[in-house]
Design a protein around this ligand. Structure first.
Ligand code: 2HA
Ligand code: ZN
Length: 270
């Protein structure tokens, strides 16, 4: 059995939290990540003893037996790389679906992120449409947050604006962006609403708060979020100034067709 401290998935995970912290996206304890471990990953490392039980407070039966590496509640992204064992944990979902078992980490008595409902419910939703999904990532990027204060909150309108701020966008997320109304964070309700959106989107915006991105790897989930954030930054730089050289709906259609992506045709006025 190998020591988990050397696990490539753990190294990549903590590098991601450091990177996100340095981008200014994860102030204080802002942001959280959950990573579904594969059976091979679990077997290789010493994570087969239950340390203690942690109740979930919602039904995650569909994830029974699965292992998740997660950030801890109240923990800072800034500190994960130097001290993974206190700031992160690995839980296994019990057969009853409403309890989890701590298998590693949260050494100082901590527990999983306050956004665990949104994370696990999003895993369930994404796995139902994409069995390769592994990562749910939540963060507070500056430009996305700013944009949600001044832009209409609708899936179609938000997606259209972002698609038109960078040619890459329709190629990277042809499925578009889901948006929620403002809701109290950390609750089962926002978890359920996020997961509902995740059945059709890989990106969900929480107005005045942040964003969720998902994917089959940390790179993929992070890459989605950074692409949206870059586009939101262009939007904010342009501000009130008149756009005289726009990306048109016709341009978007041509891009999507050339790159052969299955885009939301109903989001274009064509
Ligand atoms: O706990 O990001 O949404 C940190 C958060 C809550
Ligand atoms: Zn948050």
């Amino acid at each position: 059995m190998k020591n988990i401290m050397n696990a490539p998935f753990l190294k990549e995970f903590v590098k991601t939290t450091s990177n996100m912290y340095r981008l200014g996206w994860d102030e204080r304890n802002g942001g959280n990540i959950s990573y579904l471990l594969s059976d091979e990953e679990v077997k290789e490392y010493e994570i087969d003893e239950v340390i203690r039980e942690l109740p979930l407070g919602f039904d995650a039966k569909k994830l029974a037996g699965r292992y998740f590496l997660m950030t801890g509640t109240g923990k800072y992204f800034k500190n994960c790389e130097d001290d993974p064992e206190n700031n992160l944990g690995i839980i296994r979902i019990k057969e009853d679906g409403s309890t989890s078992e701590l298998m590693w980490g949260f050494k100082d008595g901590g527990k999983f992120t306050s956004e665990t409902p949104a994370h696990l419910m999003s895993h369930i939703a994404r796995l139902s449409v994409d069995p390769s999904n592994r990562v749910v990532l939540h963060t507070h990027p500056q430009n996305i947050m700013a944009m949600t204060f001044i832009h209409p909150i609708s899936d179609r309108e938000f997606t259209r604006t972002i698609w038109k701020m960078n040619n890459e966008c329709i190629i990277v997320f042809p499925d578009g962006i889901g948006t929620l109304p403002w809701m109290v964070c950390g609750t089962n309700e926002i978890g359920e609403a996020t997961a509902e959106k995740m059945k059709q989107y890989r990106i969900v915006i929480w107005p005045n708060h942040g964003i969720y991105g998902v994917g089959s790897s940390l790179d993929e989930a992070f890459g989605l979020v950074e692409t949206v954030e870059k586009a939101a930054m262009i939007y904010n730089i342009i501000g009130e100034r008149k756009i005289i050289n726009p990306i048109t709906d016709e341009d978007l259609k041509n891009l999507a067709e050339y790159f052969n992506v299955n885009y939301r045709k109903d989001f274009l006025d064509i």
